[in-house]
Structures are given as C-alpha cells and as structure tokens.
Design a protein around this ligand. Structure first.
Ligand SMILES: Nc1ncnc2c1ncn2[C@@H]1O[C@H](COP(=O)(O)OP(=O)(O)OP(=O)(O)O)[C@@H](O)[C@H]1O
Length: 507
C-alpha cells in the first residue's frame, strides 16, 4: 500500500521502498491534449497481492493500467520495474511483459478472423516452429480448463464466431498461459466480468484468488463492488485522475467505498425493491416468440412496463431483442411491435458506437428527423440535445465534438444510452447495457428508466445482473433459446432465476 509515510520514506530514500515491488509508479501524470487523465498517481504492486481498483467512469483507471502494462507512456513521473527505474521514453509493452505483466483490456483485442489457437500464437511469440499449433491448443485448453471448468470452447473455433462472453474467456485464458520464456506474474483484469454471466464470473474470481495465493498478483478493475470485496485484499480508489484512497479491503464497507468514489451513499435501494409489478392493461406493444419455442410461450411487453430477460448469457436473449428490432421494420411471423423502437447495444464495439464520429453525432443520430426543420438539421437544436445529455448522464468530456473513442469505456456506453433515451422511441430494447457503467450513473439511469416507464415508455431489458431484474415488472428466464420461466415482480428471487437457468427439466 502506498501510504503517506511510505511516500515520505520513498522521497527520503529514493527507490529503496520500491525494491520489493514488481512495478511501482510515482507522481505519474498523463495528458491527452487538453484532458488530464492522470494527475500525479502513486501505485506499487508487490507479489501475491490482489488489488481492487475502483472509480467513476473516466477516473483514469484504464489509462493507469495501460501505463503499467507499457501500452502508454506517462507524460511525467517515475516508473520502476522490479526495483529498477525505467526512463519514461523506454516504457514499453515488451519491458512490462519481460517482468510478467499482462493485461486483459476492457475492449477485447483478439483477432476475430483467426482461431483461438492462432490468437495464442499472436500473443506468445515463443510458440513458434514445428508443432506450434498443437502446443498452443494444448496450453489454451489447459488454461481454459483451469479457469473455466466446463467451458465448452474448442481451440480451433474462429474467434469472430464466438459469443462475446466466450471471446472474453479466451482472452483471459491467453493471458494466464505460461510458456518456457514467459510467466504471468501480474495480470491486470480491466472489467473482466462485464461480459460474463454470474457463474462464469465466479469461476474467474475463484481462479484469481488461487493465482494470488500461489504468489501471483492481480489488479482487478470492476464496477461490481461485490467482485471487488470477494477478491481484493487491498482497494485503490481513483477520482478525477488521482488516487484518493489506498487501503486494505477490510477497512472499507460498501457505503464507505461508494462515498470514497465520490458518489452519494445509496439509501434508495429499497425503493426499487418495494415497487410492485404494474398491472398489464390492454394490448401488448411487443409480443415476441423465440424461434425455438415449441409451447407457444412468448415475451410480451405492455405500455409503461419494464420487462426483464434473464438467464445465462448467450441463451437467446440478445437474439430475441434482435428479432423484436427487426420486426419493428419488417413483417415477422414471430414478433409484432406496435410503436417506435430504439436499441441500446451491449457489445458497443461491434454494434453501438460509430467509431469515426464525434460523441455528439453518436448521441443525436437517432433523433435527426426530430432535430430538423424543412429538411435541414438545426445545428442549434443538435447542440442543445448534446448539451442536455452530456449533463443528464454526466458524460465526461471537455467537448462533445471530440471523437467518441476519446471517451472512457463507461462514458461511451452513456452516449449509447443518451442516443436511445433522447430519441422519440416509445419502446427501448436494451442488450445488457450497463456493462462498465459506474455505480453512481447506474443508479441515475435506473431511476430514469422507472420514471419514464411511469410516464408510459416501455423497456425490454436483457441483463446479466440479478439486481437489475429487481427494477422489472415481469421477468422471462431463458435457457437454450427458449423461455423456461415467467416470473412476476412479486415472485422474483435469485434462486428461482438460477434454478430455471440451469434446470434441465424446466426446458
Ligand atoms: N486516447 C484518448 N484521447 C483523449 N482522451 C482520452 C484518451 N484515452 C482516455 N482519455 C480520457 O482520459 C480520461 C480517463 O479515461 P480512462 O479510460 O482511463 O477512465 P476509466 O476510469 O478507465 O473509465 P471507465 O470506468 O469508464 O472505463 C477520460 O476523461 C477519457 O476521456
């Protein structure tokens, strides 16, 4: 832990207190043009440590990790690897990898047109020569078996054909592979559970604990505070580019951690839990039957309702949302949609963000007809909409004209929310949209969804987080592409959802 007194000692005896650490940063700053992403950060990581790194969207967590992993150079400060100071101009991925630092980034970095085995080869150059394919496949399968028992992933599968969750599992496994020339000593996991369903996420966190017990180090970034508390021995809190707390996890509870991040402590949780399911009145605005459903069951959504789609990831929920979206514009024998619909993508990289456009353009694109007069888009109205949503969802940027990719991951997701919520759509379909969104913003979005549902908007919401289902009026649990249970708000429990998700007989 980098306490104040350690800091003073470090200043008195340069380098001495850093010698035991695998990697240590002091006074590190990073600027991107006018944006100061890091404002003098100290962080050291020793062997056998699991550090939970938390903070609001745009606090600087990913930037800090990119510096640790050598993919970004600090603007200023000091960078020590294995007790040796590295000149800032020499900070590089190969130097960091040389001491065993690996990073699983938030935006997946596998090559989609290669197989999982070939991606292992890309990451581990040592796997070359005769028989590399066999060796790489074996190492990958062993790592997957160790971390995600029962994963069902074939090493010969093309990555682009795998679900987002499975791609994430391959990416994680690749980073834990040890070869003759390289062993993982510090693995950075930047929101690793955001695309995994709960049972797979638990496997990963259990593996992380075993890795740390065996002397390895982990930095875990997550907005799911339960993940942090169950896994980290030490918690580092970042706010506006600075570390504002760095203490043993046992010294925090949920409320003090949320407060340290700068969010208002939550006291309104019960409000969500207490609300009763809305009575279903009139005709549904959406009715959709999964293609594999044999018994006639269908998802129905009424005006002003929040309907949740639950179950393990990849069991047909996203496919149903796509079916509904398609049916809004084309005739379909499986789905009927009465009303304008907007979609909030979960896989923002491939489905949501227009990467060459500005933040503002990404927000307003769905609303251009409403912002136009006599066929011309009014730039004043466009700017007003951008300003309103920047403020409402606290999108952290100095300028909405900046490219969308300059935003942190969570802030990109907020822009997608703004696009849908700010549009004139009567129905909002959401594909596990809260991935990577910080605790404070999530609460504001939940509140907004409930308020808008109260005013008549309808929400069809696929989520992998059980707590989010508590905001729904009705929940449909999916398994193997079919609806296997329908639960009213009053009868919803985590146990029932899990039971239906796994129960063979239920199908
Ligand atoms: N390439 C870039 N160009 C301009 N600004 C950037 C760039 N990368 C990051 N930033 C800015 O740096 C700040 C920190 O971003 P960072 O991604 O580190 O945040 P984070 O804490 O990881 O957020 P999240 O929880 O949303 O992932 C943000 O204001 C972001 O907009």
């Amino acid at each position: 832990m980098t306490t104040h007194s350690q800091q003073q000692r470090r200043e008195a005896m340069p380098g001495s207190s850093l010698q035991d650490s695998l990697v240590a940063l002091s006074g590190v700053t990073k600027t991107f043009g006018a944006v100061r992403a890091l404002a003098g950060v100290d962080l050291s990581v020793g062997p056998g440590e699991c550090i939970g790194l938390v903070g609001h969207n745009g606090a600087g967590k990913s930037t800090l990790m990119q510096i640790l992993a050598g993919t970004l150079r600090p603007t200023d400060g000091r960078y020590d690897l294995g007790g040796e100071t590295v000149a800032l101009s020499d900070v590089s991925v190969s130097k960091a990898q040389g001491v065993g630092i690996r990073c699983v980034f938030q935006e997946l970095s596998l090559c989609p047109n290669l197989t999982a085995t070939e991606n292992v080869r890309v990451r581990h150059a040592a796997l070359s020569g005769f028989g590399w394919r066999k060796r790489a496949a074996k190492l990958l399968t062993e790592a997957l078996d160790d971390i995600f028992p029962g994963h069902g992933i074939s090493p010969g599968a093309t990555v682009g054909d795998l679900s987002l969750g499975r791609r994430q599992m391959v990416e994680i496994a690749i980073n834990f592979i040890a070869t003759e020339s390289s062993h993982p000593r510090l693995v950075i996991l930047d929101e690793p559970t955001s695309s995994l369903d709960q049972s797979v996420a638990s496997q990963l966190l259990a593996y992380a604990r075993r890795f740390v017990e065996a002397g390895g180090s982990i930095i875990l970034i997550s907005h799911i505070l339960g993940d942090i508390f169950s896994t980290a021995g030490r918690i580092v809190v970042m706010r506006d580019g600075a570390v504002v707390a760095d203490r043993p996890a046992s010294e925090f509870d949920r409320a003090s951690l949320v407060a340290a991040m700068g969010h208002v402590a939550e006291d309104d949780e019960d409000e969500a839990l207490a609300h009763a399911a809305k009575a279903r009145i009139g005709e549904p605005v959406v009715i959709a039957r999964p293609p594999k459903q044999a018994n006639g069951a269908a998802v129905s959504l009424h005006r002003g309702e929040i309907v949740g789609l639950a179950g393990l990831a990849g069991h047909g929920q996203t496919a149903l949302l796509r079916l509904v979206q398609h049916a809004a514009y084309h005739r379909s024998r499986l789905a009927e949609v009465r009303g304008r619909i907007a979609f909030v993508a979960g896989d923002r990289q491939s489905d949501g963000v227009f990467p060459l456009w500005s933040i503002g353009e990404n927000v307003t694109i769905r609303s251009l007809p409403a912002l136009s007069r006599l066929g011309f888009v009014s730039s004043a109205r466009e700017a007003a909409m951008e300003a309103e949503w920047k403020d409402t969802l606290k999108i952290r940027t100095p300028d909405m004209d900046d490219n969308i990719l300059t935003l942190s991951g969570g802030n990109q997701q907020k822009a997608l929310f703004a696009r849908a919520l700010g549009s004139d759509a009567e129905i909002i379909a959401m594909d596990d949209p809260m991935r990577g969104v910080d605790v404070g913003t999530k609460r504001e979005v939940y509140e907004r969804i409930r308020k808008e549902a109260g005013e008549g908007r309808s929400f069809l919401w696929y989520t992998t987080e059980f707590d989010e289902l508590l905001h729904c009026d009705h929940v449909y649990v999916f398994r193997e592409g079919r609806i296997v249970a329908e639960l009213d708000r009053g009868e919803l429990t985590e146990e029932k959802v899990l039971q239906s998700s796994f129960d063979e007989a239920a199908a």
